[in-house]
Ligand binder design. Structure first.
Ligand SMILES: Cc1cc2nc3c(=O)[nH]c(=O)nc-3n(C[C@H](O)[C@H](O)[C@H](O)COP(=O)(O)OP(=O)(O)OC[C@H]3O[C@@H](n4cnc5c(N)ncnc54)[C@H](O)[C@@H]3O)c2cc1C
Length: 410
């Protein structure tokens, strides 16, 4: 007799969301979380769409601010003002967001075990044995029919099964800051490949005089790795006058996995959220796609339990389901990201200058969507600087393919 039907590693938003849906069907679910408290430490800036908040079923009380547009800052300190008249995103209290989802999971009947880090698992004839360790050095194991790996970008399950990891892991540094005189409802984005190689800096108002800020760097950019993201953050605040008077109150950071994972399942195992790189490649936001992933993951898990079929062949239906829903969005985001990585600061300056016209600002405000960047990206692909890059990249891919084919023949 196995202890649980399903064990979820990771009590983050995605693990709790999947656990809630499975427990709600009457199955025995255990969440194993390595930290003592859900929602701590916070490693997020908490910007999500109202759509994402709705599917999370988290109370509106976690909303701290509503954002109605953005200001894009170029390497030469020019700006593109994109102030709209609708809500594009909400800034949430991420700790409270996670705690609400954990309460939903517990309310549906899932058990949450804190302070237990999953270190390995073994296949049994009729299930899995999940091995954990605690801070005091004690070890214990639990058995189950199915394991859901929702343990973030460095997922134990993914590593043990040798599932292909995300191609790119972006390192972020973020902070909660006080900033006298700053407030309102516009996010600020800073594009500069020298300061934020392959990524961007950000400043988001939370309330008057209080904001979240951060910066990221991509390993795909050929830069000096001695420049830590923290150092890049200091350079960012020194460069742009908007940061004048900033005081860092609390720092955080982390890794965002970017890529399309071809396989997020194995015999008796499913991956969801950051563990499955269900992350928007252009912004690194993982909550919306992760929550959607969790819902597909729970649906497949429930079907597997009903059919008592935990084979790799059956669990593949999970990959098919999420891929059909948002796989193309990720792949499209990756294509646009490739072009962004290939641009230098001069081209970024030129592109933003080009878009700084009433027509293009209107297009951006109309099609901008925090969750579906590809909708706007497709429109911007018609803007000559971007369109030229698209053709250039397409040609490069074609030439690379022809060269590889020629190599294979000779
Ligand atoms: C600085 C920063 C800012 C971000 N800002 C945003 C944003 O504004 N909007 C947005 O949508 N996304 C943002 N993201 C991304 C977002 O935080 C993630 O996509 C999201 O948290 C993914 O949820 P998850 O449940 O998959 O993973 P996590 O939230 O990482 O949760 C995984 C959980 O698993 C636990 N765990 C890990 N290993 C083990 C183990 N071996 N055993 C037991 N438990 C384990 C961890 O303690 C954690 O609780 C940001 C990320 C960073 C780093």
């Amino acid at each position: 007799m196995l202890d649980y039907d399903v064990i979820v590693t990771g009590g983050g938003p995605i693990g709790c969301s999947a656990a809630r849906d499975i427990a709600a069907q009457g199955y025995q679910v255990l969440i194993l979380e390595e930290h003592q408290k859900i929602g701590e430490p916070v490693q997020c800036s908490g910007l999500i769409s109202e759509r994402a908040l709705k599917i999370s079923r988290v109370s509106n009380k976690v909303v701290l601010n509503k954002l109605k547009g953005a200001v894009v800052h170029t390497p030469n300190k020019n700006i593109l003002n994109l102030k709209g008249d609708r809500v594009y995103g909400v800034v949430v209290d991420r700790g409270a967001f996670d705690r609400d989802l954990a309460a939903q999971a517990a309310g549906a009947g899932a058990k949450i075990c804190h302070g237990k880090r999953v270190v390995s698992f073994d296949y049994l004839t009729d299930g899995l044995k999940i091995n954990t360790t605690s801070g005091d050095g004690s070890n214990c194991s639990f058995t189950c029919k199915l394991l859901i790996g929702a343990d973030g970008f460095n997922s134990v399950a993914a590593r043990l099964l040798d599932l292909p990891p995300a191609q790119e892991k972006v390192t972020l540094f973020a902070a909660e800051v006080s900033l006298p005189g700053f407030g309102g409802h516009l996010a600020h984005i800073f594009l500069d490949h020298l300061l934020a190689p392959g990524w961007f800096g950000w400043l988001m108002p939370v309330r008057e005089n209080f904001a979240r800020a951060g910066i990221g760097r991509s390993p795909l950019m050929n830069r000096d790795w001695r420049e830590s993201p923290r150092l890049l953050f200091e350079k960012l605040i020194a460069k742009y006058p908007i940061f004048k008077g900033l005081e860092v109150l609390k720092t955080t950071g982390g890794i965002v996995p970017i890529g399309y994972l071809e396989r997020t399942y194995d015999t008796r195992v499913l991956l969801a959220g950051d563990a499955a790189a269900q992350v928007k490649p252009i912004s690194g936001g993982g909550l919306y796609l992760g929550l959607k992933g969790a819902s597909f993951c729970a649906a497949t898990a429930i079907e597997a339990l009903q059919k008592n079929d935990f084979s790799r062949a059956f669990l593949r239906t999970y990959q098919d389901a999420w891929d059909e829903d948002f796989g193309l969005e990720i792949r499209c985001g990756l294509k646009h990201r490739e072009i962004f990585l290939d641009m230098d600061n001069g081209e970024i300056e030129f592109l933003i200058g080009f878009l700084n016209k009433p027509y293009w600002r209107k297009i951006i405000l109309k099609y901008g969507d925090l969750d579906y960047h590809s909708r706007l990206a497709a429109k911007l692909s018609l803007a000559p600087p971007w369109a030229n890059r698209f053709l250039e990249n397409g040609l490069k891919v074609l030439l690379r393919g022809l060269a590889q084919a020629a190599e294979c023949r000779y």
